[in-house]
Design a protein around this ligand. Structure first.
Ligand code: NDP
Ligand code: 2IT
Length: 445
């Protein structure tokens, strides 16, 4: 049996209760086969066996009290996956579905994504099964303070730097930062990213993931003689990534007709009014169904998954993992969809990805397409170290350059290893090689 298969089996055996993690491992390792054939030193040094095992995984109790005085106990996680090329870096997710396997899949993906940015950041991820929905600001604050009261001892601006993800945005990062600073008695700005602009945050970090997805897809379309102009686009999610992907796609002339949340989707044939979505999701923090009250000509549909039945040219899944399965992929292809840009992490199942590629759909893989968020986090860290902020334009230009470069590197790696146009394999390979070579230099650790 070959090396890649052996290590995939090892992961299956050891982590059998973690389906999302196995899915991520299988996808990455599968595309590394041609690399292993060309580089026996990776096998000789057990690079894959070491990469699939986190350097450290932390699980901890998070007790907190609600506004009525009731005590709740959640579970906190931080998986410090790889520090081969820099300190652990990756977001925190607060969602009731969070478990160790989900945090590990996200942390594993983060290793390669962070490598692709070309900046020196290792891979990590964390979160909690805490559900922020329906909680008051004070409840969120108390939860964040309790979470940080344990996590702080494992962090540091050159150790591990969390940021946001699902359920964690500017508000939560503020409370987490306040508690860290209080415990440490040290204004260590670079210990968290996604901070508010008044206390060390970076311009463009809020927009970065969504804008970055569209920059990457723009490059992918350009390489295939296509563009966004007058294309019909559908986007899943209506959170941070979805909102700014929509805004940038509209700026490029796309007609974004649908978005969703976990309860249902909105369809607006004239084009989504993104300011309304921002008001609903960023200010009022309520359901996407509210959209039709502001835009009565739009439609609201209860079943979020039927979003993929809609006709579109380009689909941008920006909600969560396994959002598009094989059946849904078939529907999209049947309806003429020719490009997918993965804004969320692992939004397509492996069989959906295979189907898209077999049917010549252009596929921008998450670890490349959504790397703009963490890349801008690294730019935030750079500004924090210098103690000098950059302008919106400076950060946005750097982000755009980084996304162009990620596309070039993914495309070149796909070409070099015999799978031209397969940006999924290209991104995995390009991200992997830098980390693997760093590991070779650092000995068996
Ligand atoms: P938000 O919390 O801002 O928004 C998440 C959106 O996805 C909401 O609309 C939410 O709906 C929807 N959603 C979440 N879970 C589900 C579910 N199980 N079924 C259907 N819809 C769901 O998160 P982000 O926009 O930050 O993150 C979205 C995706 O992008 C995630 O996969 C994240 O890992 C990834 N990502 C985020 C980055 C960032 O910088 N924020 C960077 C790179 C990737 P509802 O409100 O109803 O729950
Ligand atoms: O999945 C991701 O890349 C993120 N949630 C952003 C991580 C970060 O450190 O900015």
């Amino acid at each position: 049996m070959n090396y890649v298969q052996n290590v995939t089996n090892l992961s299956k055996k050891r982590d059998s209760a973690e389906p999302e993690f196995q899915q991520a491992v299988e996808e990455v390792l599968h595309s590394l086969k041609p690399v292993m054939d060309m580089h026996p030193e990776y096998k000789e040094n057990c690079i894959l066996e070491r990469l699939i095992e986190p350097e450290r995984q932390l699980m901890f109790r998070v007790p907190w009290t609600d506004d009525k005085g009731q005590i709740h106990v959640n579970r906190g996680y931080r998986v410090q996956f790889s520090s081969a090329i820099g300190p652990y870096k990756g977001g925190l997710r607060f969602h009731p579905s969070v478990n160790l396997g989900i945090v590990k899949f996200l942390g594993f993906e983060q290793i390669f994504k962070n490598s692709l940015t070309g900046l020196s950041i290792g891979g990590g991820k964390g979160g909690s099964d805490f559900d922020p929905k329906g909680k008051s600001d004070r409840e969120i604050m108390r939860f964040c303070q309790s979470f940080m009261t344990e996590l702080y001892r494992h962090l540091g601006d050159s150790v591990d730097i969390p940021a946001g993800d699902i359920g964690v945005g500017g508000r939560e990062i503020g409370y987490l930062f306040g508690q860290y600073k209080r415990i440490k008695n040290d204004f260590e700005a670079g210990v968290l990213t996604g901070k508010g602009l008044k206390y060390g945050g970076s311009l463009v970090r809020t927009e970065a993931t969504g804008y970055g997805v569209v920059y990457f897809v723009r490059e992918m379309l350009k390489a295939n003689n296509k563009n966004f102009k007058n294309k019909t686009v559908i986007i899943s999610g209506s959170g941070n990534v979805a909102i700014y992907a929509c805004e940038k796609a509209q700026e490029y002339g796309a007609n974004v007709v649908a978005m969703c949340d976990s309860k249902g989707y909105i369809y607006d044939s004239k084009g989504i009014n993104i300011e309304t979505v921002k008001q609903i999701k960023e200010v009022e923090r309520t359901r996407i169904s509210e959209y039709v009250k502001h835009n009565p000509e739009a439609e609201y549909h209860e079943n979020q998954r039927t979003l993929w039945d809609l006709k579109c040219d380009i689909a941008l899944p920006c909600a969560t993992q396994n959002d598009i399965n094989l059946e849904e992929a078939k529907k999209l292809v049947e309806n003429g969809c020719f490009a997918i840009g993965e804004g969320a992490n692992m939004p397509c199942t492996n069989s959906a990805m295979d189907y898209f590629q077999e049917n010549n759909v252009l596929l921008a893989p998450s670890k490349a397409a959504n790397a703009g968020g963490v890349a801008t986090s690294a730019l935030e860290m750079a500004q924090n170290s210098m103690r000098i902020p950059w302008t919106f334009e400076e950060v946005n230009n750097k982000l755009d350059d980084i996304m162009v470069n990620i596309f070039k590197e993914s495309s070149a790696a796909a070409e070099k290893y015999g799978v031209p146009g397969n940006y999924v394999a290209g991104a995995n390979i390009a991200g992997f090689i830098k980390v693997a070579d760093a590991m070779l230099c650092q000995g068996i650790v």
